[in-house]
Write a protein that binds this ligand. Structure first.
Ligand code: ZN
Length: 203
């Protein structure tokens, strides 16, 4: 789910001095481990994260939420704000143990939402984002909860899961999925991963 209606703007702090687009809170070791596995086992996840990392004027926080399903009846959600042209996103997924393919699917699903939103020609405030996000909505894909669902996010999440399960082994399918869902990815300048990832791999 992708929910961009909140008006807050003060959630981007407390992430240390990193300049990475994609950030994980210091105490969230589980998320760093999930991401390391996604990068190790899925070409599509690697490209997804590299493309997220080259988004302009964008800060995204990915975090494990232990009670997302219990409290919100969701496996994952993304909230986005635009403040003076900068995009801030909070991506959450139901915390599940390392090795959970479902957690991997949801994490990459939410990252795909973030890439979609980050590539939109955003204006200066959050209100400018909503019609652009709605234009990418796939109403048939939407479940019983509020929010915008997109075919791109669904397809990317499932694709990464299949690659991690060893059921599909090929180069990244991100461009194919983007073409199929009419998302213009642009060029991938350099396959750069968030700087903190190199230091935390294998932990
Ligand atoms: Zn979604």
């Amino acid at each position: 789910m992708c929910d961009n209606v909140k008006g807050q703007s003060d959630h981007a702090g407390k992430t240390g001095a990193t300049t990475s687009v994609l950030r994980v809170l210091p105490d969230d070791r589980l998320t760093r481990q999930h991401l390391a596995r996604a990068i190790a086992g899925s070409a599509t996840a690697r490209e997804l994260i590299a493309r997220v990392e080259q988004l302009q004027d964008c800060v995204l926080i990915l975090r494990a939420h232990p009670l997302l399903t219990e409290q919100e009846h969701l496996l994952g959600r993304g909230k986005f704000w635009v403040v003076r042209g900068h995009l801030y996103g909070l991506l959450e997924y139901q915390a599940e143990p390392l090795g959970s393919y479902r957690a991997m699917r949801i994490i990459n699903h939410e990252l795909a939402h973030a890439l979609e939103v980050g590539l939109l020609p955003r204006g200066t405030d959050t209100a400018s984002l909503r019609p652009l996000v709605l234009a990418r909505e796939n109403e048939e894909a939407r479940g019983p909860v509020a929010g915008v669902e997109t075919e791109f996010a669904r397809a990317v999440g499932y694709r990464v899961q299949l690659e991690l399960q060893g059921r599909l082994q090929s180069p990244s399918a991100l461009s194919t999925v983007a073409d199929d869902t009419h998302l213009a990815l642009g060029t991938l300048a350099a396959a750069r991963l968030p700087s903190w990832m190199h230091a935390s791999e294998g932990q």
